[in-house]
Design a protein around this ligand. Structure first.
Ligand SMILES: C[C@@H](N)C(=O)N[C@H](C)C(=O)O
Ligand SMILES: [Zn+2]
Length: 229
């Protein structure tokens, strides 16, 4: 179990609401839907009301510095069946990237690759006491787009299982291009953190507000968003 999963949840009962596509740049078609993830009629572009309010505030902060840029929404609400599908997908991709055959893995290889996957993906737990963050509607994967609607370069793609995904990976680099990536990551993180979001320690794109991970990262005793069906 991850340490944040021990935090008690007292769900405040807020509804999921749609992220307005006229205010944010939604990544469409949605990448996990394209892969065939089982959404069963649900949309990934939903968040708890209070989390959406925070996201709107984050964009207001962003606009103070970069009036023409927008927060781009890669993923938000994620049903547990989708979490399971994406963990399986990430596992298979990780096996292939290491030149291995998914059908011929030793138990040790399987364990090692699963551990790599779970550094980035949450366990698709069905236990209401340990929901995967995106199943609560309180976690969001975001990046930035510029005045032309083009993705701002963060130096590595969302969901890459690699040290490059760590928020400060480029912080100490003497390379000017790398310093630019770090600056872009900081612009995003500052806008989100000023609005009460906490950032996943391994992922420059994942932010949460009110779920167990947020409570753990910000020293709160309880979380106020649990799993939503
Ligand atoms: C890997 C990324 N898309 C993500 O959302 N990670 C978090 C930890 C999750 O699976 O909840
Ligand atoms: Zn995420």
């Amino acid at each position: 179990m991850k340490p944040y999963q021990h935090i008690p949840i007292l769900d405040c009962g807020e509804p999921l609401v749609a992220i307005p596509g006229d205010q944010f740049a939604l990544v469409l078609p949605h990448p996990y839907e394209l892969l065939g993830a089982p959404y069963a009629g649900r949309s990934p572009f939903y968040l708890r009301q209070g989390v959406l309010t925070g996201l709107i505030q984050a964009q207001t902060y962003l606009h103070q510095q970069y009036p023409q840029w927008q927060i781009s929404i890669f993923d938000a609400y994620r049903p547990i069946a989708v979490q399971q599908f994406m963990v399986n997908y990430a596992f298979t991709e990780q096996v292939r990237s290491q030149g291995l055959d998914p059908e011929k893995l030793s138990p040790t290889e399987r364990q090692e690759i699963l551990a790599q996957v779970y550094q980035f993906w949450a366990v698709p737990s069905l236990d209401p006491a340990t929901p995967p963050p995106h199943a609560t509607g309180a976690a969001v994967d975001v990046t930035l787009v510029n005045q032309e609607g083009i993705a701002v370069d963060m130096g590595s793609p969302i969901d890459e299982i690699s040290p490059r995904s760590h928020p400060d990976y480029f912080a100490q680099s003497p390379d000017l291009t790398h310093q630019g990536y770090h600056t872009h990551r900081q612009i995003l993180a500052q806008a989100m953190q000023q609005s009460g979001f906490a950032q996943h320690p391994n992922e420059w794109w994942h932010f949460c507000k009110g779920d167990q991970m947020w409570a753990w990262l910000t020293d709160q005793e309880t979380a106020f968003y649990g799993r939503v069906e």
